[in-house]
Design a protein around this ligand. Structure first.
Ligand SMILES: Nc1ncnc2c1ncn2[C@@H]1O[C@H](COP(=O)(O)OP(=O)(O)OP(=O)(O)O)[C@@H](O)[C@H]1O
Length: 373
């Protein structure tokens, strides 16, 4: 343990994957910096392909960056991966448990892989089964578990060796709303009562807003904005005005009409959706609607809202977030201003020339992977 208040630090991480058929490879990280204070839930938020998982893989010793440095509890990840593996727990996107073994057997195996003796391993397994409300299903095969139960076991597996930092890569993806809410409560408990540092990646804005004490918004392989959710939202003065226009409207014309109005600013257009900011959204709406009507582009819908993390994302990336439905603003007329040209993939899509990029290590914990070597 160091006197550094940060449990995790990464500086200027860069990584490009070599991919056959893609000249120059696929850039996943381009100068990513993070510093995570001890004992908090820290969220890495970003759309598919932003580089979150690659950042986690570097921090958890599962892949090496091309450049940059990373430390866990003051221990250099690149120079001392074995020491780092003792300090961290990892819950990867895909479960590392054996579906043909029971929950208890999985936990005992994990404990043995970390060097515990038989009795200690059984005791730790029992403790975790109890702690994660898994006692009832402990002796059932994991393949019979529901998604939420499986995910709780995954978290328990990541904690077997009492790590001080727990990495959760999209812990609630694929869970139903009830299981997601239960997992949120669990994660809060881990950082609150158990004093763990939790580093979480997520696509879900609501999840980041609810859980993370601090956030880094990642796009194109680096952090584009960071702070507490409230700080990030607070930077956006006034209200967000969202409009939906009829199909066929020309983005440049919409922009010209709206930018001529003194009551709105920061006009962004993504497909048929238009977002702008206003000091007083409700008061600005009549003028906005009238101006669009006069220009022959009557709005189909309008909403006024307090700033959300989606608005924060839009402000820093020039794109609307909307990862859940796989939509991106492929038609954003300002998109090119924000692109560095390396990522032509929409969220969820593989880069050109790659079918489906095989993660270097997508399952299990570092210890399991070590043991499997
Ligand atoms: N093993 C790999 N080989 C080639 N390209 C890869 C590999 N892993 C990731 N990539 C590419 O690197 C970029 C960043 O991917 P990464 O998985 O780190 O992003 P992410 O933000 O975690 O996305 P997701 O939320 O979908 O997991 C993407 O363009 C992705 O296609």
């Amino acid at each position: 343990m160091t006197t550094d208040p940060c449990a995790v630090r990464a500086h200027d991480l860069g990584k490009t994957y070599s991919v056959r058929g893609v000249k120059g490879g696929v850039r996943a990280l381009s100068g990513l910096d993070v510093a995570v204070q001890r004992g908090i839930v820290f969220g890495l938020l970003g759309p598919n392909g932003a580089g979150k998982s690659t950042a986690i893989k570097v921090l958890t010793t599962l892949t090496r960056p091309d450049r940059g440095t990373a430390e866990i509890e003051g221990v250099d990840v690149l120079r001392h991966p074995d020491r780092v593996r003792r300090l961290i727990g990892v819950v990867a996107q895909r479960s590392g448990s054996d579906p043909r073994a029971t929950g208890r057997e999985n936990l005992i195996l994990q404990a043995r892989l970390y060097g515990m003796g038989g009795r200690a391993a059984r005791a730790r397994a029992a403790e975790l089964l109890d702690r994660f409300d898994l006692a009832e299903v402990a002796d059932r095969l994991v393949k019979t578990y529901s998604g939420g139960t499986q995910r709780r076991l995954d978290v328990a597996l990541g904690l077997v060796h009492r790590p001080s930092v727990l990495f959760l890569d999209e812990p609630t993806t694929g869970l139903d709303p009830e299981a997601r809410t239960a997992m949120w409560a669990e994660i809060q408990r881990l950082a609150g009562d158990d004093g763990l540092t939790v580093v979480l990646t997520t696509h879900y804005l609501e999840e980041a807003d609810r859980l993370a004490q601090r956030l880094a918004i990642v796009d194109h392989g680096h952090v584009v904005a960071g702070g507490t959710p409230d700080e990030l939202k607070g930077e956006l003065r006034g209200d967000a005005v969202h409009l939906e226009l009829p199909s066929g409207t020309v983005p440049g014309e919409v922009r010209a009409v709206l930018e001529a109005l003194p009551s709105v600013r920061e006009v962004r257009i993504a497909g048929r959706g238009v977002s702008a900011r206003s000091d007083n959204g409700a008061a600005a709406v009549p003028a906005v609607l009238a101006a669009l009507e006069r220009a022959g582009m009557p709005a189909a819908a309008v909403t006024v809202a307090r700033p959300s993390l989606d608005d924060v994302f839009l402000r820093y990336t020039g794109r609307r977030y909307a990862p859940d439905d796989g939509r991106d603003d492929r038609h954003d007329d300002r998109r090119d201003d924000h692109r560095d040209g390396h990522r032509d993939d929409a969220p969820g899509a593989a880069p050109p020339g790659t079918a489906s990029p095989a993660p270097e290590a997508s399952t299990g914990t570092p210890a399991r992977q070590e043991a499997a070597k």
